[in-house]
Write a protein that binds this ligand. Structure first.
Ligand SMILES: [Zn+2]
Length: 68
């Protein structure tokens, strides 16, 4: 089984981007994953995180754990 890794959704049209952190390896699809851009309804591209993005992963994970 491939462990799920955080990734980034980027809109090619308006530049909207969101970092998605899958909640666990059991549920590899993050609950806040979205197939379309919430701003312009354009298609989103899945990208690897760069160094700056990776800094925010602990913050996002923390937010997710507060929701429970
Ligand atoms: Zn967009």
């Amino acid at each position: 089984m491939i462990p799920s890794k955080p990734f980034k959704q980027v809109c090619k049209k308006c530049g909207y981007s969101k970092i998605i952190v899958p909640e666990s390896d059991v549920f590899p699809f993050a609950t806040d994953w979205t197939p379309k851009c919430p701003k312009c309804k354009g298609g989103l591209e899945r990208k690897k995180l760069n160094f700056m993005d990776q800094i925010f992963i602990p913050v996002i994970s923390l937010k997710n754990s507060f929701k429970k």
